[in-house]
Design a protein around this ligand. Structure first.
Ligand SMILES: Nc1ncnc2c1ncn2[C@@H]1O[C@H](COP(=O)(O)OP(=O)(O)OP(=O)(O)O)[C@@H](O)[C@H]1O
Length: 298
């Protein structure tokens, strides 16, 4: 059991009439990332609140870093870091002062706190802004400092609740780089997200939740495969004619037709032959995206 950073067995939580979470089975190894993926109300936050000891389960059990969340919550809390709360930061301090303060509060020596602070500022691209008050930080910088804050003292299990919600694409990409780095330190990461691309990029395994239940589970590649076959996408002006000939799905705005291609390159060749007299602008053979997978699964 101890070889898992997180392990749950038929974990559940009921609020009067609502099953917020049902029969959740997880096994997360150290140094790996689990993505909990789902829309609003799917049960992600409920799962994280149970695993971080903020909420008691009403069914099943969960162990975090070898400790039962219901029977030994204090021991669990000593082993975890939780980001995405934004609560531990002080607006009136600089980025550097915030990290130093947190290090000192957690009983690091002054020298250790200073060394860890500089290391984290550097790692999260905040070294240049370290002397500025938190109040002047952009949303992306603030989110990176929040992540740094929960890492001042190293913990084996890190929870990131929707770490990039509300960030623009550039800030999101920065954040993804920072998160990917974390795993190299050997921590297990539990990441909740509504973004398929985020789970695809960062997670080793994904659990898809819907209405509190696990509707799919696997690696990003497995989930994509399970949902179905490859497809050929063709862009051309004569998309209506192409759709008629191929009995294909049409996206008129993109001037694109799409057809299932279980035989891969053979299908691509056959389809291009069938459109030989039309002016094809672009043709591709693609695995379904995680987006398509998600909507097929829930
Ligand atoms: N304290 C509570 N009392 C009653 N119902 C609750 C409570 N907390 C959550 N729920 C319900 O449990 C379900 C799951 O909610 P949860 O917050 O876990 O979803 P989520 O996947 O985290 O969604 P979001 O992305 O919006 O945070 C929802 O139907 C929600 O209304």
């Amino acid at each position: 059991m101890n070889s898992y950073a997180v392990r749950t067995d038929a974990l559940g939580r009921r609020f009067s009439e609502t099953d917020a979470l049902r029969d959740l089975d997880l096994e997360v190894a150290p140094g790996t990332v689990l993505g909990l993926l789902g829309h609003n109300g799917a049960g992600k936050t409920t799962a994280v609140r149970i695993l971080t000891t903020l909420l008691e389960p009403t069914a099943g059990r969960a162990e975090v870093a070898g400790h039962d969340v219901a029977r030994a919550p204090a021991a669990v809390r000593e082993q975890i870091a939780v980001a995405g709360q934004d609560a531990s930061l002080d607006e009136r301090l600089t980025g550097r002062e915030n990290l130093m303060l947190l290090g000192r509060l957690q009983r690091l020596s002054k020298a250790d706190a200073a060394a860890r602070t500089e290391q984290l500022l550097e790692r999260f691209g905040l070294a240049d802004a370290a002397g500025r008050l938190l109040g002047t930080y952009s949303g992306g910088m603030r989110r990176r400092l929040d992540l740094a804050a929960c890492l001042v003292v190293r913990r084996p299990v890190v929870f990131l609740d929707e770490p990039t919600t509300g960030l623009d694409p550039a800030a999101r990409a920065d954040m993804w780089g920072a998160i990917a780095d974390l795993v190299t330190e050997g921590a297990a990461l539990i990441l909740t997200t509504q973004y398929l691309e985020e789970a695809d990029r960062l997670a080793d395994r994904i659990v898809v939740l819907s209405g509190g239940r696990t509707v799919a589970e696997g690696t990003p590649a497995e989930l994509k495969r399970r949902v179905g076959e490859r497809r050929v996408h063709i862009t051309l002006d004569a998309f209506e004619e192409a759709a008629r000939r191929l009995d294909a799905e049409v996206d008129p705005r993109a001037r694109r037709v799409s057809v299932a291609a279980p035989n891969g390159p053979d299908d691509l060749r056959r389809i291009l032959d069938a459109l030989d007299d039309l002016d094809v602008e672009e043709a591709s053979l693609a695995q379904p995206t995680l987006d398509e997978a998600f909507f097929a699964l829930t």
